[in-house]
Design a binder for this molecule. Structure first.
Ligand SMILES: [Ca+2]
Length: 754
């Protein structure tokens, strides 16, 4: 009773004078939530709240009243919470290092935060083993195929779902061919971004006019899948017309897929179909099985927890911990802007730092377990388990997803463009049987950083166990440096795609901070290209893959066996690789560090990402504080590398005077490597005048802009000593040039102290 009075006082704004002594932390203030609680209660152990929002608001009020005198523990009691609205925590919901705010399960209690709702109606037996139940909340839903579906804190309009969990197993949405068919796929005979052609007679007229039918197709290059709406059916010509959403890859002969969400294909035990018009759900049971009495749950919410800092305002959510909670039944959305980076997640940290997610369980969710976005640093993701999910473990993203294309900006804004998650720790996690809905993903997927961050530290990924994944175990893409990947156990990955690896790095930069991939145990890396005869072919699946000019990366002491491709594969023009002492075989081998690989181990090489930072910068001609232009320059934008890159630069004709001066912002004296970054083109000058002004004088050179790195990555000019007290300039001019002179980017990176 004393507790109740105390908390009741706190909630009207008077600071606490004594703290409870019941939890693991003797100084912590406790706030309690229970599935049978009530938000009118005071939130004590005896009279708990019902909702997470109520506990957040109580904590907020307490903080505003100056009552934050110790850590806060928000304790969720045993049971399943069907979350109707995303728990959004903003900067004002932060704790501090000394006084964190912890959301945790009561000791020994199983606490499930479900983004789904139970199907509670009475199932009636229809035709044969087909049962149906009325779900009135779904009646009247209409698909808008023109708009991408996005996260909403509280979904508006009639309820609709594309996943169904029957006794906690993902059931099969009515599809063709059936999932257990000898050959469970259809194979395109041709197509485009907008349509699929099939061999004559394979398109059924019954697929026409479905309110929500899609194909799940592995398009074009066969390393990702996309969910395309079936907007029209032409049975006569054997063509499916696709909606506007997710036209990521062109459909080419051999691309495999199935169609689902089709009523006439509800024909196999375990299949279900939702008819939005009638508000009725159908399920085909096994012989003798009755869905009444089975636990049937459909997802409703896309994101259960959202830590929402504001990148443009420079605010963060900090020191919020989640411990021992289970997250289940989130939705997956259609219309993602990039096939490689799918953006559904049960828990999202956006501009959130020093937060922890520990000992949590994620199962049967639509996308990733966790998504760290923008300037999210020093978070700890430790000891979690992720099972049977649509996506994978942890996604990390900057504002721009995947390749450098302005249509792929997830979060627009000036500040957003300059940040990405770094210095996070992802350790001792288990991710198994994932990538069920979105194939491009993995245990950890670190997506594009801005070029300006390539020399920054990365993330620490160690002692994880990743098993049975649609694609990579760990992926680091574009401008990723400074990461340490050690003592992970990764196997049975690349299960539904090709051209990846257990550990796949594509730094797409030659000046990135060093990465270390050491003492990992990697095996059974399959690679999967489905052939029309129904048999898959193993292809392009590696132990470690250093893709796209990956540079400054050490790959050592890894044990690798049974790779469909190479144990360690490097492609393009890598710089500064150290690949040594890796052990590989076709048959099982065991590393001497077997007991240390995976979540039970504790070993470390002691290499800290924070120490891997390099000193330097890449200056683009648009960095006008550092670049002076004289004469007649014309802006140019061209695409290269099959449209995967866009180059933006200035060019000057040889017959008019033009000069570009890059002033290098040198903060520390020392030796620096100077590079030019540009796309080599045939019409360029072979004799561009290049001058480097350094601490010891000038270096006058002739530079051949027809040669260089075909992807526009750094080309080495030389190493020079610079001093902050003396001019540090790189000048290009077209005096006497025999072709176009280009002003694109100049890079410098420190190599020695003096
Ligand atoms: Ca079927």
């Amino acid at each position: 009773m004393a507790t109740r009075i105390l908390l009741a006082v706190i909630f009207v704004g008077v600071p606490a004078i004594a703290e409870q002594v019941r939890s693991g932390n003797p100084r912590a203030v406790e706030i309690h939530i229970a599935p049978d609680g009530n938000d009118a209660n005071p939130g004590t152990a005896a009279s708990p709240f019902a909702t997470l929002q109520r506990a957040r608001d109580a904590t907020r009020r307490r903080k505003r009243a100056g009552g934050m005198t110790g850590p806060v523990e928000i304790i969720l009691r045993q049971g399943t919470y069907h979350i109707e609205e995303t728990l959004v925590l903003e900067p004002e919901d932060s704790g501090t290092r000394e006084m964190p705010i912890t959301w945790r399960a009561a000791l020994d209690d199983t606490v499930v935060l479900s983004g789904g709702r139970k199907i509670t109606g009475v199932w009636r037996n229809g035709d044969g083993n087909t049962w149906y139940v009325d779900v009135p909340e779904t009646r009247g839903w209409k698909e808008n195929r023109d708009e991408p579906e996005t996260y909403a804190p509280r979904p508006a309009g009639p309820w609709h779902f594309r996943q169904l969990f029957v006794n906690e197993q993902r059931a099969i949405r009515a599809r063709f061919p059936n999932a257990d068919a000898k050959n469970p796929f259809l194979y395109a005979s041709g197509g485009s971004l907008a349509h699929v052609e099939l061999p004559e007679g394979q398109v059924k007229a019954g697929w026409q006019d479905q309110p929500d039918a899609q194909i799940n197709i592995v398009a074009a290059w066969r390393f990702f899948n996309q969910w395309n709406d079936v907007a029209g059916v032409d049975a006569g010509d054997s063509i499916l017309h696709l909606g506007e959403r997710e036209r990521h890859g062109k459909i080419i002969p051999g691309n495999w897929f199935w169609i689902e969400g089709v009523r006439s294909e509800l024909d196999q035990p375990g299949e279900w179909y939702l008819a939005p018009g009638e508000g009725r759900l159908y399920y085909v049971a096994e012989e003798g099985q009755n869905p009444n009495g089975m636990e049937i749950i459909a997802p409703c919410l896309n994101r259960i927890v959202y830590l929402k800092g504001d990148v443009e305002a420079g605010t963060q959510v900090e020191h919020v911990y989640f411990k021992g909670l289970a997250f289940r039944h989130t939705t997956f959305t259609l219309g993602h802007i990039e096939a490689r980076v799918h953006t559904d997640a049960a828990v999202m940290l956006e501009n959130a730092s020093n937060c922890h997610v520990e000992g949590c369980h994620f199962e049967n969710i639509g996308g990733y377990a966790l998504w760290l976005h923008l300037d999210s640093q020093k978070n700890v993701v430790r000891g979690n388990t992720v099972l049977n999910s649509g996506g994978g473990g942890v996604l990390m993203t900057g504002s721009r997803l995947s390749y450098m294309d302005d249509t792929k900006v997830y979060t627009p804004g000036k500040a957003a463009a300059e940040v990405a998650p770094i210095l996070n720790e992802v350790t001792h996690n288990t991710v198994k049987h994932c990538g069920k809905l979105r194939y491009y993903g993995g245990g950890v997927h670190m997506d594009s950083r801005p070029a300006s961050m390539a020399m920054m530290p990365g993330n620490y990924i160690a002692h994880n166990h990743f098993q049975d994944l649609s694609r990579n175990g760990i992926f680091a893409f574009r401008n990723q440096g400074g990461s340490v990947v050690e003592y992970n156990h990764i196997h049975d990955c690349m299960q539904t795609t090709i051209d990846g690896a257990c550990i796949h790095f594509a730094t797409m930069n030659r000046l990135n901070a060093p990465n270390y991939i050491v003492n990992n145990y990697l095996h059974d890396i399959w690679g999967f290209e489905q052939m029309p005869d129904g048999k898959p072919k193993r292809k392009l699946a590696n132990g470690v893959f250093l893709d796209w000019d990956t540079s400054n990366t050490t790959v050592k002491h890894n044990y690798i066996y049974n790779a469909g491709g190479q144990p360690v594969k490097t492609i393009w023009q890598n710089w500064g690789l150290s690949v040594a002492d890796n052990h590989s075989a076709n048959e099982r081998i065991e590393p001497p560090f077997l007991d240390e690989a995976g979540p039970e181990g504790t070993a470390t090489h002691g290499i800290r990402p924070a120490d891997l930072r390099r000193t330097g910068r890449v200056l683009h001609y648009t960095d006008r504080d550092f670049v002076t232009l004289e004469g007649d320059w014309q802006p140019v934008t061209i695409d290269g590398a099959s449209g995967l890159f866009r180059f933006r630069f200035l060019k000057a004709r040889p017959d008019a005077s033009a000069k570009a001066t890059f002033r290098l912002p040198i903060d520390e004296p020392g030796s620096y490597l100077v590079c030019l970054c540009y796309k080599p083109l045939a019409g360029n000058a072979s004799n561009t005048r290049l001058k480097v002004t350094h601490a010891e004088g000038e270096d006058n050179r002739k530079w051949d802009l027809r040669q260089g790195n075909e992807h526009g990555f750094a080309a080495e000019v030389g190493t020079y000593r610079f001093d902050p007290k003396q001019p540090a300039l790189v000048t290009v001019s077209n005096e006497g040039a025999d072709g176009f002179v280009v002003a694109d980017s100049v890079a410098f990176v420190k190599t020695q102290e003096r």
